[in-house]
Design a protein around this ligand. Structure first.
Ligand code: BGC
Length: 718
């Protein structure tokens, strides 16, 4: 179908049919679904008639080639104009081959593997009939109390933007010509990651300057990479809910950024304009959301019950509806649905491709690269001859896939005990405690196993419902029973290696000093237990680097590396003892900074050299250093380049990540790493929101993490 045919299709549509395209319903509403017709819970009161279902434009959460083909086939018979349905789902970090959660992927600093993980997720989803994934989530995050930090790639706008691009490339590929890719929907627009107090769905209030400097770049990067759709956020932004926010969607997204793809509300977010207190009822909510630019209303009924009346009354311009419908039809056309409504759905390919050996190998590789070694007092790697006591609630727990792995199965998941058993000659397994509750029997068994061992491997963490959406915590320590378990084991004076399975940077009080080694494994996915064992036994060398700072305690939150200096910085040479920006009872900085992570080998950096002391517009500076693997194992290092603009028109961060490179070195091997820096890389938002650079002095830092001190400097000449 070409543009003219789409327009003529639109002309044939009744208002009801048009409005139908603007609604997204869950699978149970659809005839042809295996659970079709089972309208339960809040769905009952939505007043969705059979006619509405026949006109519906898209479906949320269906999966499986057979199921989706059935729904589509039935729908095409019922829909007067034969307009195919769009199937959308949250395929966030894998379909059935589950990859580590996005925060973990962020810690891999490996864009190629991240792209490949999204590609594999897309392949598995597409052969199962899905057309659009609600990913990537690119909300910048600074507050680990927020459960959804695990869905993001962390605290840095540059790193987030690079991952946003990689994920979009992976999901979409050439989806217009390739049925084994899906369209991608970036979310949540905008600044959902800044919810006050780290509490989900909560208020966001920030200057436009801050928004543009840190929070918007990753959404923009996804769109620059060709991302087809955008999802609104639940939060208000500067007083106006994102889902009814004209400035955000019409002015910024549509006009300034020229986005002409489909904009969908988050789940129920149109109707939430009512409890937010900016719409009196459903009718006003529908008008506000449409006027603000929301094309599809997800899972509530404001559009379907009120848009037609709004048009008839003359209080809503029908052209807004037409525009929205046309955008949706265009997406259907791009996906090739008018020619082939079943698109990639294929039962045979599902059998061949889903959880294939190749897909699982990629998941194992990415899980190994995502884990971050935070401490190692010469206990790791383990030796297969050592007797192991594997203790803790995650010792043989399948709950290591993390939130948004709704299609991942327990039976396909490699748990830690399985992984360790593939190496160790002797392993005794005991829980010791549950995730949040415990019993004396469990503890006794654990102590006995520990006494008979050479090394204790302690598998601790948060169950997956302790993070993710609505999984916020005000206390981000491990649950008390787990802290007690460590204390008990510590009494035995055996080496303790702790592995953490969790979704956020934790407050490590009660863990970090008590343990001899600590590996942050996050929720590592289907191959998680194997990948962690590979790391513990040194088959893989840890190379993950934190994409989000670990605070000393929750009282410091938010703590992030790219903060400003303040007028009274604590470490200034002339700083007073008291009247400086500090806590009396805690350091200012994090326990483990952004970019940090250990390896089983050591990397030595030569002095950094710079091609010139001056940079002029149109020129390129090169910054070079040589890195040597000075240890005894092959390993990978993430070389990071940071810049500080020492004087700006507005304040500048203490450091800003500008580039990085992951290199692989054999023992004794050395490599030169060169980064380019141009005037464009030094631009920032001024107080009048102009985006440009200023002449003056810049410092450059190259090293293994964001606390790197040694630097070179140059002048930007204008
Ligand atoms: C989440 C979105 C998700 C949507 C659909 C919402 O509750 O905030 O991230 O895409 O549900 O499942």
């Amino acid at each position: 179908m070409n543009q003219n045919q789409l327009t003529s299709l639109l002309e044939q549509m009744t208002t009801e049919e048009k409005v139908g395209q603007l609604i997204q319903l869950a699978t149970p509403f659809l005839k042809g679904a295996s659970d079709g017709g089972q309208i339960t819970g809040p769905m009952v009161g939505m007043g969705i008639t059979e006619e509405v279902v026949q006109n519906t434009g898209s479906v949320l959460g269906a999966s499986g080639a057979k199921e989706i083909k059935n729904i589509q086939e039935t729908h095409l018979k019922d829909n007067r104009l034969g307009i195919p349905l769009l199937f959308m789902s949250d395929i966030v970090h894998g379909y059935k081959t589950i990859f580590p959660v996005p925060l973990a992927v962020g810690c891999s600093w490996d864009l190629d593997l991240a792209e490949r993980s999204a590609e594999i997720a897309a392949i598995e989803a597409a052969v199962s009939g899905i057309h659009v994934t609600f990913a990537p989530m690119v909300d910048l995050v600074r507050d680990p109390r927020w459960g959804r930090v695990m869905e993001s790639t962390g605290e840095d706008p540059y790193l987030n933007s690079e991952f946003a691009r990689a994920f979009v490339r992976g999901f979409q590929g050439d989806f217009e010509n390739d049925n084994q890719r899906v369209a991608s929907c970036v979310k949540h627009f905008a600044a959902y990651g800044a919810a006050e107090g780290g509490r989900d769905y909560n208020t966001v209030d920030m200057s436009e300057w801050q928004l543009r400097e840190n929070y918007l770049p990753a959404y923009k990067a996804a769109l620059d990479e060709g991302c087809e759709m955008v999802m609104t956020a639940f939060n208000i932004l500067n007083g106006v809910p994102s889902t009814g926010n004209k400035t955000l969607m019409r002015d910024l997204l549509r006009k300034e950024w020229d986005f002409d793809g489909v904009l969908i509300s988050d789940w129920g977010a149109v109707k939430e304009l009512i409890p937010h207190g900016v719409a009196e009822g459903e009718k006003e909510a529908a008008r506000k959301a449409l006027e603000a630019g929301v094309d599809i209303e997800m899972m509530t009924e404001c559009y379907v019950n009120h848009v037609q009346q709004l048009i008839e009354e003359g209080s809503l311009d029908e052209s807004l509806v037409d525009e929205a419908v046309l955008r949706i039809l265009k997406l259907k056309q791009k996906l090739g649905l008018f020619e082939n409504p079943f698109r990639g759905a294929d039962e045979q390919l599902e059998n061949e491709l889903i959880l294939s050996k190749e897909h699982r190998e990629s998941a194992r590789e990415l899980a190994a690269k995502s884990a971050v070694l935070l401490k190692n007092e010469q206990v790791l790697p383990l030796d297969p001859s050592q007797k192991i006591a594997l203790i803790g609630p995650f010792a043989d727990n399948h709950d290591i896939l993390g939130p948004w792995s709704w299609l991942g199965s327990k039976d396909d998941t490699i748990t830690l005990d399985k992984g360790i058993q593939s190496y160790a000659s002797e392993v005794k397994i005991a829980e010791g405690s549950g995730v949040e509750t415990s019993s004396n029997i469990q503890l006794d068994l654990a102590l006995k196993a520990a006494e008979e061992s050479d090394v204790i491997v302690l598998a601790l963490g948060e169950s997956s419902d302790m993070s993710g959406e609505a999984g916020c915590r005000a206390d981000i320590r491990l649950p008390q029973v787990q802290l007690e378990l460590i204390q008990e084991l510590k009494e035995l004076n055996k080496p303790i290696v702790t592995v953490l399975f969790n979704g956020r940077p934790l407050d490590l009080h009660g863990v970090i000093h008590e343990t001899d080694a600590l590996l942050e494994a996050w929720y590592p996915g289907t191959e998680g237990g194997q990948a962690v064992a590979d790391l513990l036994y040194g088959t893989s060398n840890p190379s993950g680097r934190l994409a989000m700072s670990f605070p000393h305690s929750v009282g410091q939150v938010p703590v992030y590396y790219n903060h400003y200096n303040t007028g009274r910085p604590k470490n200034a040479p002339d700083a007073q003892e008291r009247f400086v920006s500090q806590y009396l009872d805690s350091p200012n900085g994090p326990l483990f900074p952004f970019g940090y992570g250990l390896s089983y080998t050591t990397f030595t950096y030569d002095e950094v050299t710079i091609s010139s002391q001056e940079l002029k517009e149109g020129e390129t500076l090169t910054i070079t250093t040589r890195i040597t693997n000075s240890g005894e194992k092959a390993g990978e290092e993430v070389v990071q380049l940071y810049v500080r603009d020492t004087t700006g028109e507005v304040v500048r961060p203490m450091k800003e990540l500008k580039n990085f490179e992951r290199i692989s070195l054999q023992p004794g091997e050395e490599k030169e790493v060169t980064f380019d820096l141009k005037e464009e890389d030094l631009r920032y938002y001024h107080s009048n929101l102009e985006y440009k650079s200023d002449r003056g002095q810049f410092e450059v830092f190259v090293g293994p993490h964001s606390k790197q001190k040694s630097s070179v400097s140059f002048q930007l000449i204008k």
